[in-house]
Design a protein. Structure first.
Length: 372
């Protein structure tokens, strides 16, 4: 039985080493696609490849938010290229946690092929976490909210990951032509979720995430709605504005704020982290350096697109000129064909008249010869 995790990541520098180290224990192969990170995430992944031989690192920068398309490609790669029996589509802030300290393979050995639902446990952020020395965010954040059935991710057996299956945005469901694939709960495995981890991380997450969604011409505000309010707080009041929202956002992340929730529902139950201690030193940057680097990446990509558009325009003009020349040549050929046809008709008419005269002369000559 082969287990493969797939993940699309972008600007997850503070958590990516812990993510790889933890899941290397639970999975036989880990495929990570970097979507043009500007904070050093891709460089860290390259360093981790020397330590984790079963880590596959890919890179495909995009502007916009097309996660579901890329994750579907990774799902098929996991099955068709790497022979996965089970595939877990994850984000970098999501950590698998089987019950009773088991490894995921030990749990799945007793499960039938299916598409299973893994319920989220959101972990809380509080301001005092900023003062703690622990660098690993999944060890620093210890309080979790109870899981909710409607907030879940998938664990997919290979027989459901055929060429016609597609993951939806956020990896919350698997679609086929006839609709969503039915799922079953797998309550013996949790998914620990750390969307809000530090002021610098959350400010970058909100600014860049909002810009990614905004770059999509077909953005449905029901997706990514949770970026809009904190983005306005960030633009209007800076870091203080977003810091005032962070605890509440970690409490209600991905939920309707009208639902009753308070801190008393959170319990101290840290993730059963099975990875190694973090060894890669992160660069010291300001909270907005990542946003500025991403803005630089967007500007660079825009310039590249503009150059390509200019080249396409020049190519279009050259094609149009060639098409016009081809049309002129075709018209000239048609004129020449008409002229040749006309001359052929004239030649045929003259030949016919000449032959007629010759024939008449021969008749007359014959008649003259026959006279006594």
């Amino acid at each position: 039985m082969k287990l493969v995790a797939i993940a699309g990541v972008k600007n997850e520098l503070d958590i990516i080493e812990a993510f790889v180290s933890h899941h290397a224990r639970h999975f036989d192969k880990l495929i990570v696609l970097d979507d043009g990170s500007s904070d050093g995430t891709f460089e860290v992944l390259q360093q981790l490849r020397s330590e984790y031989k079963d880590l596959v690192v890919l890179r495909q920068p995009t502007i916009g938010y097309r996660q579901h398309e890329k994750m579907t490609l990774l799902l098929r790669m996991a099955v068709n290229k790497f022979g996965a029996d089970w595939v877990a589509p994850l984000d970098a802030d999501e950590f698998i946690e089987p019950n009773q300290g088991l490894l995921l393979g030990e749990v799945l050995a007793a499960q039938q092929p299916a598409v299973y639902r893994l319920r989220w446990n959101n972990f809380l952020w509080t301001a005092d976490l900023e003062r703690r020395d622990e660098r690993n965010p999944v060890l620093r954040q210890r309080f979790r909210l109870p899981p909710r059935a409607e907030h879940s991710k998938l664990l997919i057996h290979r027989q459901f990951a055929n060429g016609g299956s597609e993951l939806t945005l956020g990896n919350h469901s698997l679609l086929r032509a006839d609709g969503p694939v039915p799922t079953q709960p797998l309550d013996c495995v949790q998914l620990c979720h750390y969307p809000v981890r530090s002021i610098a991380q959350y400010a970058g997450k909100i600014a860049i995430g909002y810009l990614q969604y905004l770059a999509m011409p077909d953005w449905d505000r029901l997706n990514g709605f949770h970026y809009i309010k904190p983005f306005r707080a960030l633009t209007d009041f800076g870091l203080e504005g977003i810091m005032n929202l962070m605890h509440r956002d970690s409490l209600f992340y991905g939920r309707d704020e009208s639902e009753p929730t308070d801190n008393r529902l959170a319990v101290e139950a840290p993730l059963n982290y099975v990875g190694e201690s973090l060894t890669i030193k992160m660069p010291e940057r300001s909270a907005f350096s990542n946003v500025l680097l991403y803005a630089e990446a967007i500007a660079t990509q825009f310039a590249s697109n503009a150059r390509q558009a200019q080249n396409c325009d020049r190519a279009s003009i050259e094609i149009a000129l060639l098409q016009k020349r081809n049309l002129d040549v075709e018209l000239e050929l048609q004129r020449l064909r008409g002229e040749i046809s006309r001359q052929n008709r004239q030649l045929q008419s003259r030949t016919f008249r000449l032959l007629t005269r010759v024939y008449v002369m021969l008749i007359r000559l014959k008649i003259l010869r026959q006279r006594p």
